[in-house]
Write a protein that binds this ligand. Structure first.
Ligand SMILES: [Zn+2]
Length: 426
């Protein structure tokens, strides 16, 4: 339920084009930026035909796409910039591995970091921590809130921030330079839902709701997603917020790696009387697996090609695989299996990592590992969240356990130590 609902709500927005504010020929996704195709000139002859074809076929374009969008020839790839004007970008391939030019990038792959001491395997590494969502007073709006009876409400944005603070301390101890994409319960965007009412209305009309209602009748209103109220809220807390975080990452923080920290959930139904389940699992995400309809958008197609050419995947996949295996070992969680393969593609060797085109994994211009451990409304995780953070172990449901926050932070840190120690020959 949880997943289905998110996919439905986001695809509802994906189909929106607000052409009125842009020249008619542009096809830009919600709050998206006009692509700067000229930037791709810097990537001429930095990739061979075979590497490019592999990344398109096995990572980014796994769901197929219209044939005129990307055409791979022997020496070049022809990428559609704008269908209306029939403009194309021509990417020239490197003839072979030896003639390949250097890939321009603002982040350091592990193998190019300066030498490190054995006890500081993360020295010189710049890591940005992105605790998912907002939490606090925004948690109900974000639909990342539930409460069982009189117990402490579970708010994902607060849990992820707690993990991020514990993780920052450990990573700094290991030599990393750590920054926060968010370090309190407030949005990074200066916009608020009211700023998006006009756009919300436009999106709804474009999506076949000719006379959108203003307000949600009550939280269980089945048509709430078709109200200006609900749409303007999601434009604020997801689209505007994540785009603002991307600006922070790309223009201010300049990290070598971003860790997006989340907790997963299964459908909980009524947030005031939530369903608790025995199901619990783990998975991690990297960028890829674009849908055919997503690649129709000029901005998403451009961002995908820029990301592919930056070779972020070569770094983020092995980082994700290594963290995943550590987390699996330390949490004991089985891999999550998506109910369909409609929006994801399994990648890597661990069995826990999927490619998916999320806003954060697409827009942050460096390797991004997106963690989705623990089902918040599983009986076990719920009890551990209620126990809060503590040192050492405590008996929870008959098992001696670390605090869930420390188990999360420690397993991510241990995965990073393993990966960077190996890559730096420590
Ligand atoms: Zn989340």
């Amino acid at each position: 339920m949880w997943r289905r609902r998110l996919i439905r709500s986001s695809s509802f927005l994906f189909t929106a084009i607000f052409a009125a504010s842009l020249p008619a020929a542009d096809n830009i996704s919600v709050l998206g930026n006009k692509p700067r195709w000229d930037v791709l000139e810097h990537y001429q002859q930095t990739i061979t035909h075979d590497e490019f074809a592999h990344l398109i076929n096995d990572v980014y374009g796994t769901h197929g796409f219209a044939p005129d969008l990307i055409e791979i020839k022997d020496d070049t790839a022809r990428i559609l910039m704008n269908r209306g004007s029939q403009k194309f970008f021509t990417l020239r391939f490197a003839a072979g591995d030896s003639s390949r030019k250097v890939v321009p990038r603002l982040w350091w792959p592990a193998k190019f970091l300066p030498p490190a001491r054995q006890d500081k395997p993360l020295s010189s590494l710049r890591i940005a921590l992105d605790p998912g969502h907002l939490g606090g007073k925004w948690a109900k709006m974000e639909e990342r809130w539930f409460q069982v009876g009189d117990s402490k409400p579970v708010q994902e944005g607060d849990l992820t921030l707690c993990v991020a603070r514990l993780l920052a301390e450990r990573l700094r101890g290991l030599g990393a330079k750590v920054s926060f994409v968010r370090n309190d319960g407030e949005p990074t965007t200066a916009k608020r839902p009211d700023d998006f009412r006009k756009l919300a209305r436009k999106i709804l009309i474009k999506n076949g709701v000719p006379q959108p209602r203003t307000d949600v009748l009550d939280p269980t209103d089945p048509a709430k997603e078709q109200t200006i109220h609900w749409q303007s809220e999601i434009l604020f807390y997801r689209y505007s917020e994540i785009r603002r975080r991307a600006a922070l990452v790309n223009f201010k923080l300049h990290p070598d790696l971003v860790l997006c920290l989340h907790f997963n959930a299964e459908g909980w139904g009524d947030p005031n009387n939530p369903t608790l389940t025995d199901i619990n699992h783990l998975h991690l995400l990297v960028n890829g697996s674009y849908l055919a309809e997503e690649l129709e958008f000029d901005d998403q197609r451009f961002e995908m090609i820029r990301r592919l050419l930056s070779r972020a995947y070569e770094e983020e996949l092995p980082v994700a695989d290594t963290i995943a295996l550590r987390m699996a070992r330390e949490t004991g969680l089985p891999p999550y299996a998506y109910p369909t393969t409609n929006s994801t593609t399994k990648v890597g060797a661990s069995g826990y990592v999927y490619a998916r085109n999320l806003l954060a994994t697409r827009l942050y211009r460096c390797p991004v590992v997106y963690c989705e451990p623990y089902v918040m409304n599983s009986k076990d995780v719920f009890a551990r969240i209620q126990a809060g953070d503590y040192q050492g172990t405590r008996n929870i449901n008959g098992v001696e356990r670390k605090s869930i926050f420390r188990e999360y932070a420690d397993s991510v840190a241990d995965g990073l130590v393993e990966y960077y120690s190996k890559m730096r020959g420590l």
